[in-house]
Design a protein around this ligand. Sequence first.
Ligand SMILES: *Cc1c(COP(=O)(O)O)cnc(C)c1O
Ligand SMILES: [Zn+2]
Length: 551
Amino acid sequence: MSFLIKCIDCGHLAPYYPTSTTCPKCNSQWREAEYDYEIIGKTLLPKLATRPFDLWRYRELLPVRNPNVSLSLGEGGTPLIRAVNLGMMLGCPNIYIKDERQGPTSSFKDRQAAVTIAALKEAGITEMVAASTGNVAISYSAYASRAGMKLWAFVTSLVPAMKMREIALYGSQVIKITGSYDQCKQVAAEFARQRHLYQDMGARTITSIEAMKTIAFEIAEQLTAIQDTDDTGYPWRTPDWYVQAISGGMGPIGIYKGFREMQSMGWIEKIPAFAPIQAEGCAPMVTSWKKGLEKAVPVTSPKTRIETLATGDPGRSYEFLRDYVNNTNGAFESVSDEDAFRAMHVLAKMEGISAEPAAAVAFAGLFKLIRAGVIKPSDTVVVNCTGHTMPAEAGVLGDNWSRDVKLMTSDQTPQEGLLSALSQVAPERFPKIAIVEDTAEARRLIRRILQSQGSFTILEASNGREGLDMIQRELPDLVVLDLMMPEMDGFAVIEALRAKQETATIPVIVATAKELTPDEKNRLSGQIQSLMQKGDFLNDEFLEEVKALIK
Ligand SMILES: *Cc1c(COP(=O)(O)O)cnc(C)c1O
Ligand SMILES: [Zn+2]
């Protein structure tokens, strides 16, 4: 896809690299993808008829050059469900639920993870850091597992244990931070900085905003199919309201961009009114908006049991959302935890939809705005049902699936506390393992097995010659070696390693798809520590070998 990254502050245009996170001209972290709307606006709609209903149907408007179908878990393409009973109860018949619970890990964060991981994979990145109140880390973990990426998931200790277990189940390293979510983000950022790892930047992550906007595309496309009554002169329709529970506000920022793009391509007439809803105990955007403030006053100690929504300091996201809400005649609103839990019951009992408390906040907000007359009975409303009540995965993981970090106090973060906390997360140096293997899929498999079960520094080479150079340079603790490779085969690599003193004792595991002849077995005997036949080596066996060979 051809697109450029435009700086929101100075307008500078630059090509896209996931690892460059600031404007090369003014250093701003606030940038967005810009496409050729003129051409795409004219050509994309006719193509949609033959494409599957997932988020990649809008691929011309996504920042991934070659969407990789092998990473997909069926992201996007969630149903738009009419809430008939709720509509009757509230006297507002046109309420629709965008059911994002039906994403692969049951929250709308799956879009963010699918697009971001696809872009990172395309850029050759194999390790990343994310701070999360739960769902982001779950989604990233699922996609990281498919893509052969390692995820360091920093979560606050208030995240429900079953969500943490879900993260660990996918093979990510869970790091539990006893502190606020804002502190958790700081620790994660410092960890990523020290180790030069890619880090999710919330609403400043270009791929995340781009992913979220597909919700807007789908809503317009689906609403048109359902409500194609009067001819507006535009190909697609939009609702009067878009209602969503927010934490940092990434969802509505992306979704607004989606509506804006459709408007500029002439697909829709108007952008709906935006209604971002927060939990009362952590509602910095709502209170700041109601006071008419241009910048948000942060909430330093959130008082809500709905941890998913506990962003106390929204930073500049508030300024964007404030504009969007004001431009569309929308409204910010907050609701109590009790109202959210009540809405959760109503939604389940009246519509058969079991939402997580954070998603129920949007419905409690809807009820409040209808009662207050802000949303009118004749309005068409779309509410984002952002996440499902999580199924528990208790019992399958055993102990030691997380590392705990306790910060000193909750209202201040001394730099020392932060640094000593980080040293608890992971040692300075991990055992180094070199993978020398010419097939990309096999490399990915071996890397993934290692990543999902422990912390290793993984080096990779795609042929024998490159592998030998790498081993001689890096002196790894272990080599996982293929036999059949171009340039120099595995037998020759072993001979070269054993011939030099520095590399003579490095343990080697041969992982091969080849049936070995008796003569070949002889050549390997005494030279390697272990032989694994690809295709029948299992995760556990392989790791046992690795652990035994690295002391
Ligand atoms: C992340 C999340 C939200 C808040 O989303 P933002 O748009 O990032 O503020 C709401 N509900 C659920 C279930 C979430 O996971
Ligand atoms: Zn700039």
